[in-house]
Design a protein around this ligand. Structure first.
Ligand code: VG1
Ligand code: CO
Length: 542
């Protein structure tokens, strides 16, 4: 087989965001687009003699992109690539395979919670040998490489058969096609009390798992229905489709509305859950009660010791800065460390590797632990099930007891989507400019205690990340945070994160939007969102 060196020129804008490079699918399918980025990855991390994991969430172009990446890995001298059958791997399963096989990293083809299809989104990201997303220093080097690239290497060959499990070879490179589910399911079985969960299902416990026509379907069916004995049909939308059935595979109350309706309807199941495009996010819902991701993180941290994999206790809890402080209160009560990082899972890697944190979470429906180096949707669902099986209480009872003990951090995120980038930038610029004068001002009956642009110094390697979100903190513990999304592919998305603490015992049962109303008004007033963007109300509320 011939190795070809193809001349190319840099393509603007190949800068990875919060989680990899994401663009509209036609952009990714454009001349040399995928090839330039993949060559830049290999140029930075080196491919000669190395072993990589490859898989994706099954979205449109996943299968074609996998063949290109395999041919390029072979041409760049990789020794072996382990690929999920059908080029499928959930993000947490890919992270696990990287670690289990002690590989030199992996390439994940996904735009995660973004819609998929010929006119929707595609994405590529590189994960390191620890299984976690490449840190900023590495993604910056890849981006820089895309601005200088002059050629890429690819072998001329027919497609590798990815439909069958087994070993083949491509221009001297070993290609191992593996079952995407088996090793991951075994890992879950090692962490949780499957016997107790099976007994709970056997006693009539009912669940609905909505995989949103995305990657967790085969994983959920195998684990929940086959291994844990949940009733057949517990998992819905369980066949991954290239366009996710036209759905937006983002597990939140807006996009997983069918699940929400069922959980709030008559004869609702005991427990509901949904996951996103690549399987790293989760939403959990009890009968008639929604669990906010920040609360979910806190409840999981407070109860993780009930699962065998965490019986020895937690080393620490980490959360992204915009996530509510509910988990901090649990960490304080447990006497363990708590950490506040910028948005994006890549910032948890060092804390997990150094053994400082065991459980991590983000307000964006992401929770995970040191079992892999990604957030993990089904892991969170199984930890909840394990806790429910041991405590023998409803989700509502567990939340009520949690708030009674720790107080309640009312929390919500408002998203304003597809704003013209220049308007969003002008708004953030003006807000940043106003920060020094905010302290001491009274707004909506609350006094501003501090206002800054979040900067993070990694406690393990000392690397510094600046401009990670503007926060305005009030003296009563309320706060709002504003930042622009780093995963969108159209204009700018403004994220407004809102929080207010109620110590209890009274006032723990309010509607979050009502409880947060003064903070919401303060945020709009201070940031002058309508003046700059014309937007008065959000597109998505979670
Ligand atoms: C969003 C979330 C962030 C998450 C990221 C990737 O980023 O806010 O918490 O880590 O998506 O999630 P941003 O920059 O758009 O706010 V996933 O499941 O799309 O990989
Ligand atoms: Co995701």
């Amino acid at each position: 087989m011939t190795i070809r060196t193809i001349a190319t020129t840099p393509i603007a804008g190949q800068k990875p965001g919060t989680s990899g490079l994401r663009k509209k699918t036609p952009v990714f399918m454009g001349h040399h687009y995928l090839e330039n980025f993949v060559q830049s990855i290999f140029d930075v991390v080196g491919a000669q003699g190395k072993t990589f994991i490859l898989g994706g969430d099954g979205r449109y172009f996943n299968d074609r992109a996998a063949q290109v990446i395999l041919r390029m890995a072979a041409a760049n001298g990789a020794a072996r690539v382990i690929v999920g059958q059908g080029a499928i791997l959930s993000t947490p399963a890919a992270s696990h395979l990287i670690r289990l096989n002690k590989t030199d990293g992996g390439i994940i083809m996904s735009a995660s919670h973004n819609p998929g299809g010929p006119e929707e989104d595609f994405g590529v990201k590189f994960n390191m040998p620890n299984g976690g997303p490449a840190p900023e220093g590495v993604t910056e080097a890849m981006y820089k490489r895309t601005t200088e690239i002059t050629e890429y290497r690819i072998v001329e060959a027919q497609d590798v058969d990815l439909g069958r499990v087994g070993r083949t070879s491509l221009a001297g490179m070993v290609v191992d096609v593996v079952d995407p589910v088996a090793d991951y399911a075994a890992l879950m079985e090692s962490l949780f009390d499957f016997g107790a969960i099976r007994a709970m299902f056997a006693s009539g416990f009912r669940m609905r798992m909505d995989s949103m026509c995305a990657v967790t379907g085969p994983y959920a069916v195998e684990i929940l229905e086959r291994r844990l004995g949940a009733a057949p049909g517990t998992c819905v939308n369980a066949v991954p489709l290239p366009d996710f059935g036209g759905m937006h595979p983002d597990p939140n109350p807006t996009w997983a509305k069918t699940l929400m309706d069922e959980m709030f309807g008559e004869s609702a199941p005991d427990f509901g859950a949904a996951s996103d495009g690549d399987g790293d996010r989760n939403m959990v819902v009890g009968r008639g009660i929604y669990v906010s991701p920040s609360d979910s993180l806190a409840v999981l941290a407070a109860n993780a010791h009930l699962a065998p994999g965490y019986a020895k206790g937690l080393k620490g809890v980490a959360r992204s800065m915009p996530t509510s402080a509910a988990a901090d209160r649990v960490a304080a009560a447990l006497g363990i460390g708590s950490y506040e990082t910028p948005t994006g899972w890549k910032f948890f890697g060092n804390l997990l590797d150094a053994g400082r944190a065991t459980i991590c979470g983000e307000e964006s429906f992401g929770t995970g632990s040191d079992h892999v180096r990604e957030k993990d949707g089904l892991w969170a669902v199984l930890l909840w099930l394990n806790i429910l099986a041991v405590r023998k209480q409803t989700v509502a009872e567990i939340l009520a007891e949690h708030w009674a003990r720790f107080g309640r951090n009312y929390y919500s995120r408002h998203d304003f989507e597809a704003i013209a980038s220049d308007k969003a930038d002008a708004m953030m610029g003006a807000l940043r400019g106003a920060l020094p004068g905010l302290k001491g001002q009274a707004v909506e009956g609350m006094v501003i205690a501090a206002a800054d642009d979040f900067a993070y110094t990694d406690p393990v390697d000392g690397s510094v990340s600046t401009k990670q979100g503007v926060r305005v903190l009030f003296e009563d513990g309320s706060r709002f945070v504003l930042r622009l999304s780093g995963t969108g592919t159209e204009g700018a998305t403004l994220r407004m994160y809102l929080e207010r603490y109620a110590p209890g015992p009274g006032g723990l049962d309010l509607d979050p939007q009502a409880a947060l109303a003064p903070v919401i008004r303060a945020a709009h007033g201070i940031a002058r969102i309508a003046d700059f963007t014309g937007r008065k109300s959000p597109d998505v509320v979670t």
